[in-house]
Design a protein around this ligand. Structure first.
Ligand code: SAM
Length: 260
């Protein structure tokens, strides 16, 4: 049987192997040590797990997918394995449904690449639509109330050319540049089974939710990256109103909205 390290080596994308193997040592070796103990098994990204199993951290396919996503630079120095685990799980679920994948808020492609790697998206008879301005949040979309919570333009760089390179091997991924909601009309599918929304401000997020709601197939999942963050409270309230109007509830840090 192959060792854990050899399994990971086989799964890592060729071009990035050196970088990723080194990074794996930093990030995943301590995790492997702690999953076995019945104490704190996870403490990252404001989330602490005590006395709970976090064995997903050692799943070789998850490790390689996480590292591929991280290598894009989309997450700066944030370590967000739990979030990416949820996306990968949701993507695996969506593979069994009819319809296509959509992500609104892509940045350099981190979460989208982790997911495509995890489900081997290139081999699926589905499309993945990636929508972003690819140069940051639209200033006038940020409300005064959001600003009062500390939402600003952050420091997004123009990353359109970079994202095209990241996904160049995928024939079934469509990169759509421009402001949501203006670009939503270019998503030429009537069926969506996976919708990840991560734009850091409420107005375009809710517009995307309204646009896609009737296109979600039964069992489809909507994942809201920012919902649980106190800084993003205005988004939370907007999504809570949206959920109430559609007679569903949002589950924090898990499957945040599910079309019944
Ligand atoms: C947090 S980043 C996305 C990170 C990405 N999901 C990941 O995990 O790798 C937020 C992105 O939303 C994009 N964005 C914000 N408002 C937008 C809008 N109205 N239309 C399109 N993109 C937008 C920004 O350009 C930025 O790249």
């Amino acid at each position: 049987m192959k060792s854990f390290k050899d399994q990971i080596r086989l799964l890592l994308p060729g071009k990035m192997k050196g970088y990723l193997l080194n990074r794996m040592k930093d990030l995943f070796s301590p995790a492997l040590a702690i999953v076995a103990r019945d104490s704190i098994s996870y403490y990252e990204d404001g989330l602490l797990l005590e006395g709970k199993n976090a064995e997903f951290l050692a799943n070789p396919l998850f490790v390689s997918s996480y590292l591929a996503g991280e290598s894009t630079g989309s997450w700066n120095n944030d370590v967000i394995r739990w979030r990416i685990h949820i996306l990968c799980w949701a993507a695996r679920h969506a593979v069994h449904l009819a319809g296509d994948f959509v992500e609104c808020g892509v940045n350099k492609g981190g979460s989208a690449l982790a997911v495509t790697n995890y489900v081997d998206f290139g081999k699926l008879d589905k499309k993945f639509y990636l929508l972003d301005t690819y140069d940051g949040i639209v200033d006038e979309d940020i409300s005064d109330e959001e600003r009062s919570y500390g939402i600003d333009l952050y420091k997004y760089e123009d990353c359109y050319e970079l994202v095209k390179v990241v996904f160049q091997e995928y024939q079934n991924i469509e990169i759509i540049r421009g402001r949501v909601p203006d670009t939503l009309r270019y998503v030429d599918t009537q069926k969506v089974c996976y919708l990840h929304i991560d734009m850091n401000n409420a107005a375009p997020e809710i517009a995307a939710g309204e646009f896609f709601w009737d296109r979600l197939v039964g069992g489809a999942l909507v994942l809201l990256d920012d919902y649980g963050f106190s800084k993003h409270y205005v988004q939370k309230r907007a999504w809570d109103r949206f959920a109430a109007q559609h007679d569903v509830e949002v589950l924090t840090r898990l499957l945040q909205l599910q079309r019944g």
